[in-house]
Write a protein that binds this ligand. Structure first.
Ligand SMILES: [Fe+2]
Length: 251
């Protein structure tokens, strides 16, 4: 991002969001170059957002998430959100904004940007905070301290995430969120469809903040392997969290 763009975006969205972008560097913003030899390029517009690579093989998360689910989820569902987001941005006043600024600035009636911008951000974050390692990762350092301060202990946090994911009616996401006005305060919440805590014009105030971890509870995320057993899927995902990546997303 050049200086002029930074200043422009700073005036359009909360300075904290823009000064400390979440996953924009990973998911491609603006006129991000596209390598024509990558699968992502097949789903990208000539300019705009691009499908990020997973960073690991489709079967790397087995048995928690099976290869076919990962492949379809990434190459079809996520790619579809990227493609439709770019289409919705053609000629739109929000074109050229960072994804975080776009999500923070849109309103409830901006349906195309809301569903597809949210879909792009949420999935990019989801891939990033999962780990192919079978060695359980543990929160440490400042993140561990904030978990203790906010929830009492890690087990309570995991229970809260599981309950938020399990109680979401229909499709949506469960989140671990950092309070932007009180950085030491973390909280758990859930949003419907592809909404997320960045959407200040869409979600209630008590849901707003900086998402650090998202769990996809759309059926497309688990149905092939788990059918209706969402709780089992969520438990398996919680064993595959890359807490170092979660910590790196904190402001
Ligand atoms: Fe999904």
């Amino acid at each position: 991002m050049d200086k002029r763009t930074f200043i422009k975006l700073s005036g359009m969205a909360g300075a904290g969001l823009v000064a400390a972008p979440l996953v924009s560097g990973l998911i491609g913003c603006g006129n991000a170059p596209v390598d024509p030899g990558t699968p992502a390029a097949e789903n990208a517009a000539t300019t705009g957002f691009t499908l990020p690579e997973l960073g690991y093989a489709h079967d790397a998360l087995e048995p928690a998430i099976d290869r076919q689910t990962m492949k379809i989820h990434h190459e079809r569902h996520h790619a579809g959100y990227v493609r439709k987001l770019n289409a919705a941005l053609e000629g739109h006043a929000m074109g050229g904004m960072s994804l975080e600024a776009l999500l923070a600035g849109l309103g409830p009636d901006d349906t195309g940007l809301r569903n597809n911008g949210g879909g792009h951000f949420n999935h990019a974050l989801f891939w990033k905070v999962l780990t192919p390692s079978s060695e359980p990762s543990q929160p440490s350092g400042v993140l561990a301290d904030r978990i203790t301060a906010s929830f009492g202990n890690q087990e309570t946090l995991l229970t809260a995430l599981s309950q938020a994911a399990g109680s979401r009616f229909g499709s949506g996401w469960a989140w671990l969120v950092q309070d932007e006005s009180q950085p030491n305060r973390l909280f758990v919440c859930s949003t419907a469809n592809q909404d997320n805590p960045l959407m200040k014009g869409v979600v209630d105030t008590h849901l707003q903040g900086r998402p650090l971890l998202g769990i996809d509870v759309w059926e497309h995320a688990y149905y092939l392997n788990y059918q209706n057993r969402r709780t089992d899927y969520v438990a398996a995902v919680l064993d595959r969290i890359n807490w170092s990546e979660v910590a790196a997303l904190m402001a």
